[in-house]
Design a protein around this ligand. Structure first.
Ligand SMILES: [Zn+2]
Length: 344
């Protein structure tokens, strides 16, 4: 029978006694010169294994055995009578963990639904596979084109001039994007960045501008939206639960509803002031970088405000969101454009 050397303390004096421990049929035997006791292991408490620290066996009367760790110890205390308890303890730990995980997931889901949707949308926008982004963009444009017109009235030479200017901006931005022209009287003078980064400029905006630098100012702003994937975030946030499921589980099956809803969401899109301010700042920096004065943004934004304000007083009702709804606080932003150069 295997024995283990230990120090025995009776719990009354600090003096230790050298003893030998052995175990048989769930009975622990302590034998030394002045010690002889036998106890059921079920009545004893073995300290857990903690690194290389010595193990302790506590007796009900306060006595203690201390000894070097040994696998034999665990086998003694992991006897038939204990195995049932250990299994329960292990299951308890397991179930406690499952319950805790469940509560955590529920709490996180609730928190996300209430506070975290923009955050989740941002996560999804950054993690969404490129093929989904392209599909979203195509679906959005197809939806818009079928609702309105898929053509432009701009002569080819005029388109080429604007494309060349846009290419210079885009080279400065380093953001993948495509510029399209559309004759959309329902939208009026406007430009929008679709979820896949495609920027659509209306012929109505082209005719409103008296200088191409005004148009470049709008495109620089739109490239800011593309850079931050704002439209994508917006479309995803509108999908709510599907986006949350994707964030939590990586399951993309729910995202098809986003593609279906995208055109509708885009036509009712208006970014928050914070997002507009982000795109403005990005646009101003990009303009400065590519040799354009941000003051051109102030000029076009005032023209846009006047144009859309004029439409409203004539009693015309835009079927699709106009510049004022998609771009609030125009005057304040125009002033920021004018002041940009003084600050930078
Ligand atoms: Zn904007």
């Amino acid at each position: 029978m295997s024995t283990l050397a230990a120090q025995y303390f009776d719990g009354r004096s600090a003096r230790g006694h050298a003893v030998q421990l052995s175990c048989e049929n769930g009975l622990l035997m302590v034998r030394g010169e002045t010690v002889a006791r036998t106890e059921q292991t079920t009545a004893l408490e073995l300290s857990p294994r903690l690194g290389r620290t010595r193990r302790r066996i506590a007796f009900p009367d306060g006595a203690v055995c201390e000894l070097e760790d040994d696998a034999l110890l665990d086998s003694w205390f992991d006897s038939v009578t204990h195995q049932g308890w250990n299994l329960v303890a292990r299951l308890e730990g397991h179930w406690a963990m499952i319950a805790a995980s469940f509560v955590l997931v529920m709490a996180m889901t609730a928190a996300l639904a209430v506070w975290g949707l923009p955050w989740a949308a941002q996560k999804v926008a950054l993690r969404l596979p490129q093929e989904w982004v392209v599909q979203l963009g195509k679906g959005t444009l197809t939806g818009l084109d079928s609702a309105m017109r898929s053509t432009t009235t701009l002569p080819v030479a005029r388109q080429q001039t604007l494309q060349a200017g846009f290419a210079r901006l885009q080279a400065g931005a380093g953001v993948p994007s495509v510029l399209l022209f559309r004759d959309w009287p329902e939208v009026g003078p406007n430009a929008m960045a679709l979820p896949d980064g495609t920027i659509v400029m209306t012929d109505q905006l082209e005719s409103l501008a008296t200088d191409d630098r005004e148009l470049m100012a709008v495109l620089a702003h739109e490239l800011g939206h593309v850079h931050e994937r704002h439209a994508l975030q917006k479309v995803i946030a509108s999908s709510g639960v599907a986006a949350l499921v994707f964030v939590l589980t990586g399951d993309v099956s729910g995202l098809s509803s986003i593609v279906v809803a995208a055109p509708t969401i885009m036509t009712h899109l208006h970014h928050s002031r914070a997002l507009e301010a982000d795109a403005d700042r990005y646009g101003f920096a990009l303009m400065s970088k590519t040799g354009l004065d941000p003051v051109w943004f102030a000029r076009i934004i005032r023209k846009l405000e006047a144009a859309h304000g004029g439409r409203a007083t004539k009693g015309e009702k835009a079927e699709v969101s106009d510049w004022l709804r998609t771009h609030p606080a125009s005057e304040e932003r125009a002033r920021q454009a004018e002041q940009y150069r003084a600050w930078h």
